[in-house]
Write a protein that binds this ligand. Structure first.
Ligand SMILES: Cc1ncc(CO)c(N)n1
Length: 217
């Protein structure tokens, strides 16, 4: 398949639309999101990112082209910078010794499973929504908001709306499309499933933060 990403992006548009209309995002746009909810999200995202960077490094190790390996290792390093910047801004005095929520645990475990027991095509498809959905949501928020000068969450919003992130997203799409071009119909189906599941997990991640999800016991 020549442009696999275009195909799966269209197919998963309903999930993206659900994220755009989720109260976490609509309230983030107008600045009314509760600080407790946002901090819960940032804490969970800190845990998520520290696991996600390991998955990206594993993906890099699995790539056959030097260039692709370098891209994922750089992306993993880039995450360390994002983590430090965001967490210094928003978690100044907060301690990071909290446990992962059920959804955070589910998402990071799913990605780790894909990286360690599935094919390179599937794990590429599984990590891609982390790039593309954040880019789409970052751009969406920037285009919708009218309060860039006084939104308390602007630093977070700017991280994912910028040019550097856009380049990185384009490269991740191109690498995944290259693998999809040579994949069998069966492998493509598995890639679709992985991209769809990771997109749903992105939705659940916002949703679980909005509800400050806890372990039931
Ligand atoms: C849950 C989640 N997915 C993707 C990103 C973007 O790297 C992030 N920061 N958090």
């Amino acid at each position: 398949m020549t442009n696999w990403y275009n195909h799966i992006n269209k197919k998963t548009e309903p999930i993206l639309n659900r994220i755009k209309t989720h109260p976490f995002i609509t309230e983030l746009i107008d600045g009314s999101l509760s600080k407790a909810v946002f901090l819960f999200y940032i804490h969970q995202d800190a845990i998520y990112l520290s696991e996600y960077k390991k998955t990206l490094a594993s993906v890099g190790v699995k790539c056959s082209k030097d260039d692709d390996t370098q891209f994922f290792l750089d992306a993993a390093t880039g995450i360390i910078h994002v983590e430090n910047a965001l967490h210094q801004l928003f978690l100044k005095d907060e301690k990071l010794n909290i446990e992962a929520s059920p959804t955070c645990e589910l998402y990071t475990s799913y990605l780790s499973k894909m990286a360690h027991t599935h094919t390179i095509e599937e794990v590429l498809a599984a990590v891609l929504p982390c790039f593309t959905i954040y880019k789409q949501i970052g751009d969406y928020i920037l285009s919708e908001q009218k309060n860039q000068d006084n939104n308390p969450y602007q630093d977070w919003i700017n991280t994912y709306g910028g040019e550097d992130f856009a380049k990185s997203v384009e490269k991740a799409i191109a690498i995944t499309n290259n693998y999809a071009e040579l994949a069998s119909a069966d492998r493509l189906e598995k890639m679709n499933d992985a991209f769809t599941k990771a997109s749903k997990l992105e939705y659940l991640f916002w949703h679980s933060a909005y509800n400050q999800e806890s372990w039931k016991i």
